[in-house]
Design a protein around this ligand. Structure first.
Ligand code: 6PG
Length: 246
């Protein structure tokens, strides 16, 4: 497999991280629309991306993205209703999607409220594959955070789903999270992306960041994010999260 390019950028503060991420988001979106007529992006959940989404929803970034050409997916979802404070969709909707003109038919929400999580995962995979037809599911940009334990999306350390080779979306249950039932993109689709952007802040993540970036034998899910072919992984870190890199 071709070695993915790993670009590490360190900024001083979480606010600077949001600004840097917004600049990259705008750049990648413009390139995708110019080259392919649309911008296929998967949003991250959790709290770190809030800063980015808030910046993108305001000027100068709002008018620098061609939102009608954006197709918005989610890297993962907690299995809760979209009105639940734990919902990744709710967070992205409130901070960004309700404030920018992405056509509603181009926002692909994972149905976390569906009791049959395997069905919800299969449905999402179907919508994902259809959106990319006739080509493969190759996102222009996948946004990721990273947990203290090195998880990305809802791919937690040691989870069998990390070995998934065919499915693009999977449902799982984990004891490692407040909301145990999850639906997530799998590594095959993450590693098919043209660009992956990690946004990681805080000293508590420094150990996992250093392991993922410096330990060739790292088993952390974050270390498994290595887009094939010409994919680029950008690790956007604040100074605290980068403090273990020496
Ligand atoms: C989620 C995210 C998860 C998140 C990390 C980091 O659903 O929680 O997909 O992978 O990105 O847990 O979360 P913070 O950004 O809140 O630290």
């Amino acid at each position: 497999m071709a070695k993915a390019l790993a670009d590490v950028t360190v900024v001083d503060t979480p606010a600077a991280l949001a600004g840097e991420a917004a600049e990259l988001f705008v750049r990648v979106a413009a390139g995708a629309v110019a080259d392919r007529g649309r911008f296929m992006v998967a949003l991250a959940g959790g709290s770190t991306p809030r800063g980015l989404y808030t910046r993108l929803a305001g000027e100068p970034f709002r008018s620098r993205v061609s939102w009608p050409h954006a197709w918005v997916f989610f890297g993962d979802e907690r299995c809760v209703p979209p009105t639940d404070p734990e919902s990744n969709f709710l967070m992205a909707h409130e901070t960004l999607l309700a404030r920018v003109p992405v056509p509603s038919g181009q926002i692909f929400r994972i149905r976390g409220e569906e009791p049959d999580t395997a069905l919800a995962a299969a449905e999402y995979e179907g919508r994902l594959r259809t959106a990319f037809e006739p080509g493969p599911a190759c996102f222009d940009l996948i946004l990721l955070g990273m947990g203290l334990d090195g998880h990305v999306a809802s791919l937690f350390p040691g989870a069998p789903v990390l070995e998934e080779k065919e499915r693009l979306v999977a449902a799982l249950e984990t004891r490692a999270a407040v909301v145990p039932r999850r639906i997530t993109l799998t590594l095959p689709v993450v590693n098919a992306a043209r660009r992956v952007l990690f946004m990681i802040a805080g000293a508590e993540k420094a150990r996992s960041v250093a392991d993922a970036l410096r330990n060739p034998a790292s088993a952390l899910p974050a270390a498994r994010v290595r887009p094939a072919a010409r994919g680029v992984v950008t690790w956007l870190l604040d100074r605290e999260a980068a403090s273990g890199l020496g």
